[in-house]
Design a binder for this molecule. Structure first.
Ligand code: SAM
Length: 278
């Protein structure tokens, strides 16, 4: 079989199209998601329906967001699925998920993601975590390692801190390239992300722009000492009073410490607060 055409569909690599074909993995994913009728389920990138079909066997409705117009059209024409589906032919990176959620019925979002857009997609999804009950995604293994990383590890970075700020990260299933057609060049991991309650974040930041800024500056200079890295913003005495070791490296700071720094800067750098922090 050619890599270029699968089930009569011309595979578009630019849309990250690696279709799941391994029935064992598909079963594991469906039981991990455990969809129940009445839930507000949304699939990102249904493709040829590898997850869509078995999920629809268990529930009576499902929302899907698909960018590829041929695949969206095929979805509309699947006789046994179309009546249960609400199909948005749209770019998920610009999609307003809040418009789908209600207070009583928060979203359960899942998908075998196009790997080429996972980072911007996650940052987009983090802006809706108040409307989301949980998210289950197939992603590049290296990306999931970054989401779940501990301070001091190589994978620990800005994405880790921001992901763990918003969500509990639980890697669930390791998946090899042979489970997909065409096979991706990388290993994959299926991961569960459970947003923290918006009103009970474990480490709330008073201003997210400051948290983003300390992460950016910290991880751009991860091997410097904390004292040197942030010397224009915070002095030695203050670091000590915040119980942050000035000789530590930014890559060793915990989420709680990044938030502590960001909140101090928010409260004290009034001049900077008025500027665009980017
Ligand atoms: N769910 C199918 C499966 O598991 O076999 C397909 C998964 S494939 C890795 C990614 C899917 O996301 C494709 O159907 C692709 O067309 C779709 N996609 C890619 N970029 C997208 C975007 N920006 N917005 C919505 N869907 C997108």
């Amino acid at each position: 079989m050619s890599d270029k055409v699968y089930l009569g569909h011309r595979v578009r690599r630019r849309f990250g199209q690696n279709f799941l074909t391994d029935p064992y993995v598909i079963d594991e994913i469906v039981s991990t998601i455990n969809p129940i009728t009445g839930e507000n389920l949304v699939e990102i990138g249904p493709g040829l329906g590898a997850l869509t079909k078995p999920i629809l066997d268990k529930v009576d409705k499902l929302i899907v967001v698909e960018l590829d117009r041929d695949l969206a059209e095929r979805m509309r024409n699947y006789p046994e699925m179309a009546s249960k589906l609400t199909i948005y032919e749209a770019d998920v990176i610009k999609f307003d998920f809040r418009s789908l959620s209600t207070l009583k019925n928060p979203l359960r979002i899942f998908g075998n993601l196009p790997y080429n857009i996972s980072t911007p997609l996650l940052f987009h999804l983090f802006t809706f975590t108040g409307a989301v009950k949980d998210m289950h995604f197939m992603m590049q293994k290296e990306m999931v390692n970054r989401l779940a990383a501990d301070p001091g590890s190589k994978a620990y970075g800005r994405l880790t801190v921001m992901a763990q700020y918003y969500c509990k990260v639980v890697p669930v299933i390791e998946v090899s390239p042979s489970s997909f057609t065409p096979a991706p060049k990388v290993d994959s991991t299926f991961v569960r992300l459970i947003p923290h309650n918006e009103l009970e974040l474990p480490h709330p930041a008073t201003n997210l722009k400051w948290l983003e800024r300390v992460c950016r500056e910290g991880f751009n200079q991860r091997r410097k000492t904390v004292r040197n890295c942030f010397k224009k913003m915070i002095d030695l005495e203050t670091l000590t009073s915040l119980e942050i070791d000035p000789t530590a490296r930014p890559e060793n700071l915990t989420l709680a410490q990044f938030v502590l720094l960001a909140n101090w800067m928010d409260a004290n750098n009034l001049e900077n607060n008025n500027k665009d922090l980017i």
